[in-house]
Write a protein that binds this ligand. Structure first.
Ligand code: ARG
Length: 291
């Protein structure tokens, strides 16, 4: 009898070990609402992880970069709500609307403003976060500017991230300045702190997040923008997906979960961040020239 119990126990233990393995493999999810997605059973999320506290690579205690930020926590929440396995595809922000239009993503979570021009390529969820826009410079350059109007001068070199609404703001408020489009939001920070540019248009909360690591950054003023707030881009015409994404999103906000994601993201954003492109294995490149 004792032998039988021992046998049953060891079989049960083995089963637990196998169950653990299966879970780690992350196959397709149960797809609770029978949604049509890019890859069956998966939620494919496009993002541009250069944008703390929205999405960025936080370095863990061992220096390994891990996707962090409240958009990424929200992506996981939505995937869990829908019973889908999360698959995040990092890319440059500029490529996101086209990739959504080409059917490469189910949703885009990238601190996306509801710019009506993008409606050709994606649908928008409800607003989930109220962002505002800023003009940013550095402490040593601050005295050159008085207000937003003073940025409109050909002696200034001004930047924004390619493909963003901040590019439109630069053209609207500083049309006479010399303009540079930069691929990543983190390039803007790097060029500001190394004095290659005089100022830039960037989102307020993003500027605040990078100030934690670069105290020389200075927010000059708020920049008016009519389509305030952030939305999730949803695969164009996928009405069921849009409905359940909104349901998940609103539950996340109403239950106070989203506020916790924001608090955690702000905490992580104040720690070490990795700002380059990872190698194909997802590691920080060892060869600096390859960054
Ligand atoms: N909110 C701006 C826009 O939608 C900028 C977003 C940039 N996002 C990013 N992950 N870099 O155009």
């Amino acid at each position: 009898m004792k032998k039988l119990i021992a046998l049953i126990l060891s079989v049960m233990m083995l089963a637990t070990v196998f169950a653990g393995c299966i879970q780690e493999e992350a196959g397709p999810g149960e797809n609770k609402y029978n949604l049509t997605t890019v890859k069956e059973g998966y939620l494919t999320v496009l993002t541009s992880p250069d944008y703390a506290p929205y999405e960025f690579y936080a370095l863990d205690a061992d220096g390994n970069p891990t996707l962090a930020g409240f958009d990424m926590a929200l992506a996981q929440y939505i995937a869990d709500y829908l019973g889908l396995t999360l698959e995040v595809v990092p890319m440059d922000f500029k490529g996101i609307p086209d990739e959504m239009g080409n059917g490469k993503g189910d949703i885009a979570l990238a601190g996306l403003s509801p710019d009506p021009d993008r409606l050709l390529k994606m649908d928008f969820s409800d607003i989930y976060y109220d962002g505002k826009q800023a003009f940013v410079t550095t402490k040593d350059k601050k005295a050159q500017f008085t207000d937003l109007a003073s940025t409109n001068d050909s002696k200034f070199q001004i930047a924004a991230q390619s493909g963003t609404i901040q590019e439109d703001l630069a053209k609207e408020y500083s049309p006479n300045a010399q303009y540079t489009a930069l691929t990543k939001a983190t390039d803007i920070i790097a060029e500001l702190v190394s004095s290659k540019i005089d100022g830039a248009y960037i989102e307020w909360d993003v500027a605040v997040a990078y100030q934690a690591n670069y105290p020389d950054l200075e927010i000059l003023c708020e920049v008016p923008y009519e389509a305030e707030g952030n939305v999730i881009g949803v695969s164009k015409g996928n009405a069921d997906l849009l409905k359940y994404v909104n349901e998940a999103l609103n539950k996340c906000v109403d239950d106070g979960e989203f506020a916790k994601f924001v608090a955690k993201a702000l905490e992580q954003a104040a720690g070490d961040k990795f700002e380059g492109i990872l190698d194909p294995d997802g590691n920080v490149p060892t060869d600096p020239a390859g960054e």
